[in-house]
Write a protein that binds this ligand. Structure first.
Ligand code: BDR
Ligand code: CA
Length: 315
């Protein structure tokens, strides 16, 4: 089994990413750590515990992480999209277990140190925790296999240029892309293609098991924004892409290329700059660091089929 740590800010799509990972035999979730983003750190941590409680995954440690981005002030992303609690819509159980006494950073360090194999980090919120780990414990980089993130893209969803997770903490994102560990990037180019239609959501609900019904209710709430504000043809499953990229890499199209982050643009702060053409190399003979596996397309029907199957395997 591939050991993973999920660093997240649940969030409806974070919740579904956690559930998908739980359903995968190929993956073993060693820890869930939280970061302020879609809502405040208290709310998203509470949501993480409740989602794991709902899935009866009481054994997975949850630790609370950064309450503010590295440099800028927190811009809570979720009011419109995820609601006041960060996870509005379905009825959630009360917390079924206590969070870890350790901070997110200490828990990640512990998991990395104790693991005999390299660990993959799935980072689906602002990248504050991950960057702080890389800065404070560079010696632990050798224990990280790769970092599968949901973030960025060649389009934006918070500003016209910037996707929310990167916009929320661009300094952290810059550290992560440039850290030397392979990054798999599920940005908006691919995640906006990974949507679930109304008809498919009814099929999910009709599977009838508790978690499928729960996921369908998450989609009921989350999709309002995608239909009414964004005018999209379905509910965009951003964060689940970062899990699917690990277990079903064959359904994605990608380019290995350089990605960096704009920190001081007049219109573009928080934008990921994706060099799919290698211009610096072609024009000036410069060495280009292909630091990122940039996912740009997905076989949507297979993605939805795998998602439904995964939800059906849970209780
Ligand atoms: C990202 O921002 C949040 O709303 C989602 O959870 C996802 O991680 C999409 O831009
Ligand atoms: Ca998220």
């Amino acid at each position: 089994k591939k050991p993973i740590i999920i660093d997240c800010d649940p969030g409806h799509d974070d919740a579904m990413a956690i559930l998908w990972a739980l359903a995968c035999e190929e993956l073993e979730i060693k820890a869930v750590t939280t970061v302020a983003g879609n809502q405040t750190i208290e709310k998203v941590t509470n949501n993480a515990v409740r989602v794991l409680t709902k899935a009866k995954a009481f054994h997975i440690p949850v630790a609370k992480g950064a309450q503010e981005p590295m440099v800028k002030k927190l811009v809570v992303g979720g009011e419109l999209v995820h609601g006041d609690s960060g996870l509005e819509g379905p009825k959630l159980p009360e917390n079924g277990f206590e969070i870890s006494q350790l901070s997110a950073l200490s828990l990640i360090e512990k998991v990395l140190k104790e693991s005999n194999e390299k660990v993959t980090i799935v980072a689906i919120g602002p990248l504050t925790n991950v960057a702080e780990l890389l800065i404070t414990r560079p010696d632990l980089k050798e224990k990280i296999e790769e970092i599968s993130i949901m973030g960025g893209g060649t389009v934006g969803n918070w500003t016209p240029a910037a996707e929310y997770n990167i916009f929320a903490d661009p300094e952290a994102a810059k550290v992560v892309f440039n850290c030397g560990i392979p990054v798999i990037m599920s940005g908006l180019d691919v995640t906006q293609k990974a949507y679930v239609t109304r008809e498919e959501n009814e099929r999910l609900r009709a599977q009838g098991n508790e978690i499928s019904v729960f996921a369908a209710e998450l989609i009921d709430y989350f999709s309002r924004y995608h239909y009414e504000v964004e005018g999209f043809p379905g509910c965009t499953l951003h964060d689940p892409c970062a899990v699917a990229a690990l277990v079903h890499p064959e359904i994605f199209s990608y380019k290995q290329c350089n990605v960096d982050v704009e920190l001081r643009g007049e219109l573009t702060t928080g934008m990921t700059v994706v060099d799919t053409i290698d211009y610096q190399k072609k024009l000036f003979g410069k060495t280009v660091n292909h630091n990122t596996k940039f996912l740009y397309d997905v076989d949507r029907e297979k993605f939805v089929q795998f998602f439904l199957e995964a939800m059906g395997r849970l209780g």
